[in-house]
Design a binder for this molecule. Structure first.
Ligand SMILES: NC(=O)c1ccc[n+]([C@@H]2O[C@H](COP(=O)([O-])OP(=O)(O)OC[C@H]3O[C@@H](n4cnc5c(N)ncnc54)[C@H](OP(=O)(O)O)[C@@H]3O)[C@@H](O)[C@H]2O)c1
Length: 280
């Protein structure tokens, strides 16, 4: 039994992929609506909360492998790790990002804390240190649909954007057959480096209308996110991430996805086609 800790972008697709392969899968969700959608694809669903250790222990019953994915919230992931140790789990795939102890971005320092706890737990595990998800553009989709434009302080910085569906595919491939991946850290990315201007160009081609990108300052980024309800600490971290992108921090690609899956990662053009409706 594979246990997936959340049903967000990665968890939902990973659940679907495992169920499709008839691999027993259990997923934890907070809402009954998500529960019924995931049950319909063949997953066992536990309604609970990662802040509640009792629900995690109940969800961990009979589990041999875990796909650990959260916002990331340190206490929640430590709850899962401790529960997995108690249950004698054989392997954990940990979804992470460019974690480092001295990162200016708080959530990346948190990821380091979680990775260190996982390592100290003695659980056999594999880290997926992913580049930025293409699906992040879905947050901008309503504004792009309305205005035909988007902005950020990423400037001309390039990113090896990865489709979150490929992150899920890599995580499920490893969870299905973990032996050769134990102790490894992978750096999953898409197949190409793209600037935000390149993304605007691809969206224009796919949507058959002009989509433009314009640069703005880090502070303008933060204020824009807060104006649509993003809490200040998250907006500050996101804005810092854009500033790092401008400086080249995300300009890396690897062939880890194709090495693990045996086929290339999705290009941004495919993502844009698949989600064209969201962009209006
Ligand atoms: N986005 C990127 O560009 C990027 C890049 C590299 C790495 N990552 C990593 O990817 C991970 C995030 O994965 P994701 O994008 O799949 O996440 P996501 O789409 O943001 O989904 C998070 C899920 O967590 C659930 N959740 C939140 N609090 C919970 C709680 N207390 N109990 C149970 N469930 C809870 C949410 O449920 P509700 O639906 O109920 O809210 C949601 O389904 C992070 O580790 C991040 O560092 C992201």
């Amino acid at each position: 039994m594979v246990f997936i800790t959340t049903a967000g972008k990665v968890g939902t697709e990973a659940t679907r992929l495992l169920a499709e392969r008839d691999i027993p899968v259990r997923v934890l969700v907070r809402s009954p609506e998500k529960a019924s959608t995931l049950a319909a694809v063949g997953a066992e669903v536990v309604i609970g909360d990662l802040d509640d250790r009792a629900t995690i222990d109940a969800a961990m019953d009979g589990v041999t492998r875990v796909i650990l994915v959260t916002a990331p919230v340190v206490a929640q992931e430590l709850n899962v790790i401790e529960s997995a140790v108690r249950a004698g789990v054989e392997h954990v795939v940990k979804i992470t990002s460019k974690a480092s102890v001295d990162s200016p971005i708080l959530r990346r320092r948190w990821q380091t804390e979680i990775e260190e706890a996982l390592s100290a737990s003695g659980l056999p595990h594999t880290l997926l240190r992913n580049n930025a998800y293409m699906q992040n553009f879905l947050m901008l989709a309503p504004a792009i649909a309305k205005t035909g434009s988007f902005s950020s302080s990423a400037g001309t910085g390039q990113v090896g954007f990865i489709d979150a569906r490929d992150v899920a595919a890599v995580a499920t491939a490893i969870a299905a057959s973990p032996t050769r991946h134990v102790g490894k850290t992978y750096l999953p990315t898409g197949p190409e480096l793209l600037s935000y201007g390149d993304v605007a160009g691809t969206l224009s081609n796919v949507l058959h209308r002009s989509i433009t990108f314009s640069a703005r300052t880090v502070e303008e980024d933060k204020q824009a996110m807060m104006s649509v309800g993003v809490p200040e600490p998250i907006a500050a971290q996101n804005a810092s991430a854009f500033a790092l992108i401008a400086a080249g921090d995300a300009a890396w690609i690897t062939d880890d996805v194709s090495a693990i899956l045996g086929h290339p990662a999705r290009r941004f053009e495919q993502f844009a086609n698949d989600y064209a409706d969201a962009f209006g």
